[in-house]
Design a protein around this ligand. Structure first.
Ligand code: NI
Length: 182
C-alpha cells in the first residue's frame, strides 16, 4: 500500500482514539492530532533526506506512537489493524508504567534500539516536535530535566537517523533560550 493511504488510515484511527480522551497538546487547547501530524511531518521530511527509509512504515508509527500509552488502544488491536511490526514499534515507544518513573525512558530507549531505524527516527522526531516553548506552568528545574532527557534520547538514538539527530541537536540548543540562568 502506498504511504499516502497508510497515513490516512493511521491518522483516522489515532485521532479517534485520542479524541475519546479529549486529549490536548499539553499547555494548549489544540487537539492531540496536532502533535501526531507534527511528528509525521518530521518523518516525511526526514525520509527525503535518508537512504533506505521505509516511509509507509515510519509514518504509521509516527501517527500511532502514543496510542498505547495514552488511549484505550492495546497491542492486539494494533496488531490486528496495522500488523505485528507496527504493534511492536508502538509498544517499544510506550513507557512501562510498572517501572519506577526514572527508569521508564531508558527502558523504552533500550527496546527501541532493538528495532528498525525507522522506530528510532520516530522517537527523535517526537522529541524534536516537543522541544517547543514549554507550558507556562513549568518551572526551570522541569525545563532543565526535559532538556537533559532530550540529550539522553539524542545520545542513545543518534545513529538511527543522521538528519533527525542533527535537527534534535539544534532544538536542544535552542531550548536553552527558555531556561533562566541564576
Ligand atoms: Ni509523542
Amino acid at each position: 500500500m502506498e504511504a499516502q493511504t497508510l497515513y490516512q488510515e493511521a491518522i483516522k484511527f489515532a485521532t479517534a482514539k485520542h479524541l475519546e480522551k479529549e486529549q490536548k497538546v499539553p499547555g494548549t487547547d489544540l487537539p492531540y492530532v496536532v502533535h501526531l501530524s507534527n511528528v509525521a511531518m518530521e518523518i516525511i521530511i526526514a525520509s527525503s533526506n535518508t537512504i533506505n527509509f521505509n516511509l509507509g512504515f515510519a509514518v504509521q508509527i509516527a501517527l500511532l506512537h502514543d496510542t498505547i500509552e495514552d488511549t484505550s488502544t492495546n497491542f492486539e488491536e494494533l496488531e490486528n489493524k496495522f500488523g505485528i511490526e507496527i504493534a511492536n514499534a508502538v509498544s517499544a515507544l510506550t513507557k512501562n508504567s510498572e517501572l519506577p518513573k526514572e527508569q521508564q525512558m531508558l527502558d523504552s530507549l533500550e527496546r527501541i534500539k532493538k528495532l528498525q531505524p525507522e522506530v528510532w527516527a520516530v522517537k527523535l522526531a517526537d522529541r524534536i516536535t516537543n522541544l517547543q516553548q514549554p507550558p507556562s506552568n513549568w518551572d526551570n528545574a522541569k525545563k532543565i530535566k526535559y532538556q537533559q532527557e532530550a540529550r539522553t534520547i539524542l545520545n542513545e538514538l543518534k545513529y538511527g537517523n543522521d538528519f533527525l539527530a542533527s535537527r534534535l541537536e539544534a532544538k536542544i540548543e535552542e531550548y536553552g533560550n527558555y531556561l533562566t540562568v541564576d
